[in-house]
Design a protein around this ligand. Sequence first.
Ligand SMILES: [Zn+2]
Length: 251
Amino acid sequence: MIAPRPTLYLNNHHGHTSCCEGCEDGEDASTSGSECGSPCTSHPSGTGTSEANGPFAKPVDQERIARAVREILFAIGEDPDREGIVDTPKRVAKAYAEIFRGLREDVSTHLARTFEQASDELITVTNINFFSTCEHHLLPFHGQAHLAYVPGNGRVVGLSKLARTVEVFARRPQLQERLTDQIADALVEHLDAAGAVVMVEGEHMCMKMRGVRSHDARMTTFARRGIFRTDERRGAETVQLVRDLASRPRC
Ligand SMILES: [Zn+2]
């Protein structure tokens, strides 16, 4: 039987960072100066609308990535010309182009195709898998996103478009808190949702592989928008519903 995992619950509308939780409590002092010397909580919240996180017009410069990766291999004491890794810089460049392609995608292209459904009832989609990359260490974090929204103008969007929305934001250098906020903001902005609740559960390799090596830590972040913020009771009930749906056994 698998032991239950401790869960970090951060009701997070204010931009606490995720991956550096571990840095604050026990990271190797030799690295904390460069990576975590500035307080992680100083990052601005909801920076997803800034240009730095919006779609870029220029293609990924794979040659530049490859040159940098070759330098990294030198720096760690490897021989980049060794047979087994001679093509690694090119492979990494290609992989980065894929895992960061969300920087070049505009979520509105997915959420623009709505269809009429005269309803103001809650719609939930849970257990959307995602893979993302922590912007502090460029190490993966992955997990599941769970969404709930109330249509605002009698228009809803297809299930696959919601999964695409999660993917667009996940495939960027990211913080779990920002990812959660960006998904919620997109539902309100592009679907005119009267309210939205987003819950994201993530496991961060930068906590598992390095630093505190907290193998079982899992972070849970929430974002509430619209009526789920103005109506505290309805917001709390919907968060609980999303949590219940997310944790129910699969059929
Ligand atoms: Zn990290």
